[in-house]
Design a protein around this ligand. Structure first.
Ligand SMILES: [Zn+2]
Length: 387
């Protein structure tokens, strides 16, 4: 991938920056770095990159973190555009840093809203479905929110506004729009409704599923049981949408998406960070690299767990550097360890033990190596985006 043009220089992490890229067919794409500041945690993702495809229909991919509506408008103005110019909004997944200003932008632009068919359940309330959810009063996307009450409360107005939007097109896996040369792929794991968008068989918008130099937090597989009844029938049979294993399957899917690397891969975070571009030159290679990263993390967890005591908290404290355990970081770290323990448990490489059954004990096997390693091999079938 060649370096995008810098239209507006922003901060050293990319905040307030505007970049421009172009496809071989001449379709322009702008990237806007919308601020994404988390307080009380050192897990910095950098801004959310929202992309604008300047095709026949002006298409916006993601609307950025809640509370940045004015910033969004002023960045648009810099490139001589107005909200009213946007014809279509595509949301990559139901997280606050991606659909945060959606209600306001959709109201002003009257653009069509496109999202995965599970998105509706994620943004809606399901107060009658308890099924062991920690927060059954919150929308589908947040029924297991691990954050403390004060942080959760900051999102309440965002949830309310977001639940009011109308979804015009609910896309399924492999949904194709020939006239705009758009192809949608369902790549769940980070969230159940994560999608990737391929433009002109050349540009791959990855959302959070494929990022340079970091990886997103996976969901937990054990949330499937409690949430599955909020989803359409076809997703209730067996868990294909939650947890690290499904995330790894999505990476495997990405690795096999095309026989050639996408010339332009545009992630939702870290495109520019620490004063430099972090380009993904080959999406397949990056997908395999992330699978290897999770295998290494599983191995490290097994080594830590070999020396008791080893609760999720103990393992998180030893696996992550102290700066990532500060404040809310601790919740994220424990969630991350849990996602890996789920795979290790499924592979029978660990078991729960101790008087409170909250300690993790390795069984002495490394079955996860073969299980996850199988997803690094080149996939048997390749799905060419052009077909
Ligand atoms: Zn994100």
């Amino acid at each position: 991938m060649k370096l995008p043009d810098v239209v507006v220089e922003g901060k050293e992490n990319g905040e307030g920056m505007i970049i421009r890229s172009q496809t071989g067919k001449g379709t322009e794409i702008y990237g806007l770095g919308i601020p994404n500041v988390y307080t009380d945690s050192d897990w910095s993702l950098g801004p959310t990159w929202c992309y604008l495809i300047m095709g026949k229909k002006k298409t916006l991919i993601d609307t950025g973190r809640f509370g940045n509506h004015e910033m969004f408008k002023s960045l648009l103005k810099t490139i001589h555009l107005d909200l009213a110019d946007i014809d279509r909004i595509i949301i990559t997944h139901s997280h606050e840093d991606h659909d945060g200003n959606l209600a306001e932008i959709q109201a002003s632009s009257r653009a069509e809203l496109w999202a995965h068919q599970l998105y509706h359940a994620m943004i809606s309330y399901h107060p009658d479905v308890d099924e062991g959810a920690i927060h059954p009063e919150l929308p589908g996307s947040c029924r297991f929110c691990p954050m403390p009450e004060n942080v959760r409360n900051e999102c309440l107005s965002y949830h309310r506004e977001r639940s009011s939007v109308t979804i015009d097109v609910a896309v399924k896996d492999n949904f194709e729009v020939r006239e705009d040369q758009l192809l949608f792929v369902h790549i769940p794991g980070h969230t159940p409704d994560s999608i990737g968008i391929i433009l002109e068989d050349e540009v791959f918008f990855t959302g959070d599923t494929l990022l340079p130099n970091i990886t997103p937090h996976p969901t937990l597989a054990n949330h499937f049981e409690s949430n599955c009844s909020i989803f359409p029938e076809e997703f209730r049979e067996g868990n294909s949408i939650y947890g690290l294993m499904n995330y790894i399957k999505s990476l495997h899917r990405i690795a096999g998406l095309t026989s050639k690397p996408f010339p332009i891969t545009l992630p939702a975070h870290r495109l520019f960070f620490n004063n430099q571009f972090n380009l993904i030159h080959n999406a397949s290679d990056r997908a395999r690299e992330i699978i290897r990263f999770h295998m290494d993390r599983c191995m490290d967890i097994l080594e830590i767990a070999a020396k008791p005591p080893s609760t999720l908290e103990d393992i998180a404290a030893q696996h992550f550097p102290p700066r990532l355990l500060k404040g809310l970081g601790k919740n994220l770290a424990i969630n991350e360890i849990s996602a890996h323990i789920e795979i290790l448990e499924e592979c029978e490489d660990v078991r729960w033990t101790g008087p409170e059954m909250n300690a993790i004990q390795p069984t002495g096997t490394n079955n996860f190596l073969d299980r996850l390693g199988a997803y690094i091999d080149p996939p048997m079938q390749t799905l060419d985006a052009a077909q």
